[in-house]
Design a protein around this ligand. Structure first.
Ligand code: HPA
Length: 271
């Protein structure tokens, strides 16, 4: 607990007005950072006990400020299990958000589309997730200061916020996909057989982030929202070879809509 408090105290000294909303910027959504006003930028490397981002193209900084006049903090660059961090390290910032007094976490990501009605470039509201192929981030001694040992998982993605998000999504993108996100550890993309299996299990999209963070948010009583950008159709759905470059390119094309959705959402959450 000592390390968590050390990190929290450092941030509280730097930032006098702590917001209620945190946003984790997924692949390709980094330019939302440019729209934050009244910024206080804190590089991860300066924050005691914070992990450091290793993926090219992922920045590593916390940005406190206002978005659409709403106070927020954004994580520009997140930590993935496939980079070599432990699951506890990947979710360290979520616990810090809780200790800072933040109430809602907006998790964004890029993912492959499994649902055959989806198209590359669609956005999807995460309604629920599958996480069969990873151990739980909560494995090990329970951190009683944050939450209980055994936690209910029937409302990880706050229903009230999903309802707020639906009309925003419809208005801005002309479509409102609501789906189940399957978490895979990566860093390799899935095989076509894995994608067929995931579809049978009920997955609509597949990605390599978000779920550990959502579980920790749930454990510590934070409200949680997940939004996915379908940057590609998953392996075997069409005959395309998957590359990180393509994922980034699609994310870039959709970025305008994605940013517009988040900006409206934070306004509605605040109200
Ligand atoms: N699979 C897993 N993660 C991803 C994908 C994918 O197809 N696209 C973007 N992130």
């Amino acid at each position: 607990m000592k390390e968590f408090l050390e990190t929290t105290n450092y941030l509280k000294e730097k930032v006098k007005n702590i917001p209620k909303i945190a946003i984790i910027l997924g692949s390709g959504l980094g330019t939302l950072a440019d729209e934050i006003e009244n910024k206080i930028i804190i590089p991860y490397k300066d924050i005691p006990n914070f992990p450091i981002s290793t993926v090219p193209g992922h920045k590593g900084e916390l940005i406190f400020g206002t978005l659409n006049n709403v106070p927020i903090v954004a994580m520009n660059g997140r930590f993935h299990y496939y980079e070599g961090y432990t699951l506890q390290e990947t979710t360290y910032p979520i616990r810090i958000f809780k200790l800072l007094g933040i109430e809602t976490v907006i998790l964004t990501n890029a993912a492959g589309g499994i649902n055959l009605n989806y198209e590359k470039g669609d956005l999807m509201i995460i309604e629920d997730h599958l996480s069969f192929f990873s151990e739980s981030v909560l494995r090990g001694p329970n951190l009683d200061e944050f939450g209980e040992r055994f936690i209910d998982m029937s409302n990880v993605y706050t229903k009230e916020y999903i309802e707020i998000l639906k009309p925003i999504m419809q208005k801005i993108t002309g479509k409102c996909n609501l789906g189940t996100y399957a978490y895979m550890k990566g860093p390799n993309y899935e095989t076509p057989a894995e994608i067929r299996a995931l579809r049978t299990m009920g997955a609509d999209a597949v990605g390599m982030s978000t779920v550990p963070e959502a579980i920790v948010a749930r454990h510590s009583g934070l409200k949680c929202i997940g939004i996915t950008c379908i940057t590609n159709m998953a392996a075997g759905v069409c005959n395309e070879v998957l590359t990180h470059e393509d994922v980034k390119e699609t994310a870039k094309k959709v970025e305008g809509n994605f940013k517009a959705v988040i900006k409206e959402l934070v306004k509605e959450i605040k109200n």
